[in-house]
Write a new protein. Structure first.
Length: 175
């Protein structure tokens, strides 16, 4: 974590707190960061300072206008305008961590084959909280490779109940 990206992450958390959307903005920013990281052309354009900032911001507005909160849209536009479009995923991870720490929690990255309902997320947070002895904020990443079940990571600790891992273990035992 660089001081530069940490500074941006701190500013995003402060903005989200001031606007009373600290629950929503980190998750939306994380989704944007993952999308940019997964699309090399988008990442290149958003981080290319030879492309006018107004054009880069326009791309973000077109992509997010109907899906993200106005605060998230403004935060992403600010980051892209500041030339940090290529670092959205890194900044988003730091925002998630700082927002959780602000609430006295740790972030658990939970991978699932499909999106989870709010009730499922709550149950997963409770179970991970009991297993880790900490208050947990669940950040869900949809990963079709999981096939079914869940895989969760809190810091260096991994809780893996995914079908993919079970199949791999079974394959290994049968070999």
């Amino acid at each position: 974590m660089s001081d530069r990206t940490e500074g941006y992450a701190s500013a995003v958390v402060a903005i989200a707190q001031a606007e009373d959307v600290l629950e929503r903005v980190p998750n939306e920013l994380s989704a944007v960061g993952r999308a940019v990281a997964a699309n090399e052309e988008l990442r290149r354009v958003l981080s290319d300072r030879s492309v006018p900032a107004s054009r880069r911001i326009g791309i973000i507005e077109d992509l997010l206008a109907a899906q993200a909160s106005p605060v998230t849209l403004n935060v992403v536009a600010m980051l892209v305008g500041a030339g940090r479009g290529g670092q959205l995923d890194t900044i988003a991870e730091e925002v998630l961590e700082l927002a959780a720490a602000t609430r006295g929690e740790v972030v658990a990255e939970v991978r699932a084959a499909v999106a989870l309902t709010d009730e499922q997320i709550s149950k997963v947070a409770d179970a991970l909280g009991r297993a880790s002895g900490r208050n947990v904020t669940v950040h869900v990443v949809v990963d079709p490779e999981i096939i079914g079940g869940l895989s969760a990571q809190i810091g260096d600790t991994v809780f893996d109940g995914s079908v993919r891992t079970r199949l791999d273990n079974m394959k290994e035992r049968l070999s």
